[in-house]
Ligand binder design. Structure first.
Ligand code: SF4
Ligand code: SF4
Length: 360
């Protein structure tokens, strides 16, 4: 049975929780299957560590292999298909590889053409492939694409290559397209930041685009289904420790809020605590590390640097520093009131911060 466009919008809207994605797994596979020969993806790599390609291989709901086995493409005709072009896994190399990218650019026919970019853009001369500057390839493929997806923090906002100092002039795809005068194309870029990109977010967005549905986006062009909620305020399973003033050191994965070891959860909007990673096994905070805020445009600088130093701007509880909360308020009633006031102050602060940065 064909998945209707209306049904798919429902799935996409409900997909902020991992279990919902698992529930609709067969529907998502069906979307790929029903588009069969007409899945045209060109995947280009700029300044990247290739971690996002590796992350895609961890896709679990649905499993990447299940997705690939549901598609046959016009280039392969095989039951297991690759994108029309993808640097990391495509067997072609040299001039044949260049031919594949040019074929994709020229291809006309049924099915949307989707450009996926992994890695940052750089100033001219820093990244060349197939005898051309990478910037030229992105301009040509972006011009030919129906949809553009920036997968991972580097292609979304510049990521690690764009860190302070930025000797190669690294930037995200959207900023690059604006720089070269392709504002119309820049507007439509769908950003899927995180370091690496989360496979669920890409698989669902690709399925959604095949159905002609662009997910609802926030001010940074990130789908709200994956980036609509603050980690600290709305999702963190360690929040009760924060409220009680119990803080962990490095290596303590069982209990204690990670705030004192630099957790940036209060200024980060991503669904890691509910979606988790590696087949929904765990996520940064749960394994004893702080969240470093890799889903945010300013990362790895701004509020997010240095990684392992606590946020200076988070309000203290009624004037007491965070580490003294547990002892400063001995009575349960006093603690309850204080926690309530602090929660309100934090909520206001994080909302203002998000708004300042242009979020919803
Ligand atoms: S500071 Fe980090 S670990 Fe602590 S409650 Fe907030 S998000 Fe969770
Ligand atoms: S928990 Fe934070 S640092 Fe870890 S992947 Fe999610 S947004 Fe990035």
């Amino acid at each position: 049975m064909r998945v209707s466009r209306r049904d798919f919008i429902k799935i996409a809207a409900a997909s902020s929780a991992a279990f919902v994605l698992a529930q609709y797994k067969m529907d998502i596979i069906k979307v790929f299957a029903q588009h069969g020969d007409y899945v045209h993806i060109c995947w280009l790599n700029g300044a990247a560590c290739t971690g996002c390609s590796v992350s895609l291989a961890q896709a679990a709901d649905p499993d990447l292999l299940e997705v690939l086995m549901s598609i046959t493409t016009y280039t392969s005709g095989l039951p297991i298909a690759l994108p029309d072009w993808m640097y990391v896994v495509h067997p072609a190399s040299g001039s044949l590889a260049v031919e594949y990218i040019n074929d994709w650019i020229k291809h006309e026919g049924p099915g949307p053409k989707i450009l996926v970019v992994e890695g940052a853009m750089q100033s001219p001369g820093f990244c060349e492939t197939g005898g051309r500057d990478f910037r030229d390839w992105v301009q040509d493929t972006a011009q030919a694409a129906d949809y553009i997806v920036a997968f991972g923090s580097c292609s979304s906002f510049g990521g690690i290559p764009h860190a302070k100092g930025n000797p190669t002039g690294a930037m995200g795809v959207q900023d690059f397209l604006i720089e070269v005068g392709m504002e119309d194309k820049a507007k439509g870029v769908i950003n899927l930041p995180r370091c690496p990109g989360h496979p669920d977010s890409l698989i669902l967005v690709l399925a959604s685009l095949l159905e002609g549905v662009v997910p609802e986006l926030d001010k940074y062009n990130r789908p709200k289904a994956f980036y609509g909620r603050n980690i600290h305020e709305e999702q963190c399973p360690f929040r009760a420790f924060y409220d009680r003033g119990i803080f962990a050191d490095f290596g303590q994965s069982e209990q204690g809020c990670r705030f004192k070891i630099g957790c940036k959860g209060p200024v980060t909007w991503a669904d890691c605590p509910t979606r988790k990673w590696n087949d929904h096994t765990s996520f940064c905070i749960e394994v004893g590390a702080p969240c470093i805020g890799c889903s945010e445009p300013a990362w790895p600088d701004g509020d997010y640097a240095p990684f392992f130093v606590e946020l200076p701007q988070v309000p203290t509880l009624l004037g007491y520093p965070a580490e003294s909360w547990g002892t400063a308020f001995a009575g349960a009633a006093a603690l309850g009131v204080a926690v309530h006031l602090a929660r309100r102050a934090m909520k206001k602060k994080t909302a203002e911060k998000h708004k300042e940065k242009g979020g919803d």
